[in-house]
Design a protein around this ligand. Sequence first.
Ligand code: SF4
Length: 284
Amino acid sequence: MVSIEQLNSGHLPSWCPGCGDFGILIALKGAIAKLGLEPHRTVVVSGVGCGSKIPHFIKTCGFESLHGRALPPATAIHLANHELTVIAIGGDGDGCGIGLGHFMHTMRRNLDITYIIQDNEIYGLTVGQASATTKKGTITKSTPHGTPEDAINPPLIALAAGATFVARGFSGDIPHLTSLIAQGIEHRGVAFIDVFQPCVTWRKDLPYSLYQQKIYKLEEAGHDVTDWEAAVARARETERWPIGVFYKVQKPIYTDQIPFLREKPLVKADISNVSIDKFVEEFL
Ligand code: SF4
């Protein structure tokens, strides 16, 4: 059993004071501690962005990849050894911009991994450009006359792509977010969690107080998590912003459907009789 303190890496985040990433980091550590996951059997994989520095601040295995590419290495790590717990994480620019294709394909494959989007509706690290989740009409450094495009809705994308666990949390409600991340990790299949994460530097028009005023909890609203159409309707709400589990169902996971992987992880395969030379020759 690992405590939250034991998950401290010794490296301190350089995020702006008040950044929502702090809440997400605490919630992620809290979920790992709550589930009693062993740090050396847990892998946190990220892309590039303010929040994508998170593997540096948590004492598990980690991998910081390229921009928009958290999910390909997370998929590879999972397929190499699906006995590990794999958690991919990155911002909205990372996952809904350059990484959108990976996001959708990971959802439809129902890999048994968790994907968290730190959704602050802005490119923070590159100092304040509109992202794919920035709402239409928002004035940012790159859109001085207001964003002309409609925003992407991450939970709706996940639902449309076939995700079997879809949720949304708020970095300002750490106990609730901790519970959602723990539920996502425990879910057998792909789990997607969108997290409202205030960027206190570049989105001063989206302060904590506005989230607190707008959000409500699905578990207090009689929402049926097995009803896909109800989940879609909740995800499309704009006047009030639901957080909690939108959708949760069980379906066969990817590795159950590959005969070899059903028996054991790839890393446990006996390759003593495999001729590597034969494969190399094939590609020469
Ligand atoms: Fe957080 Fe925004 Fe600062 Fe980046 S720029 S660390 S997202 S507050």
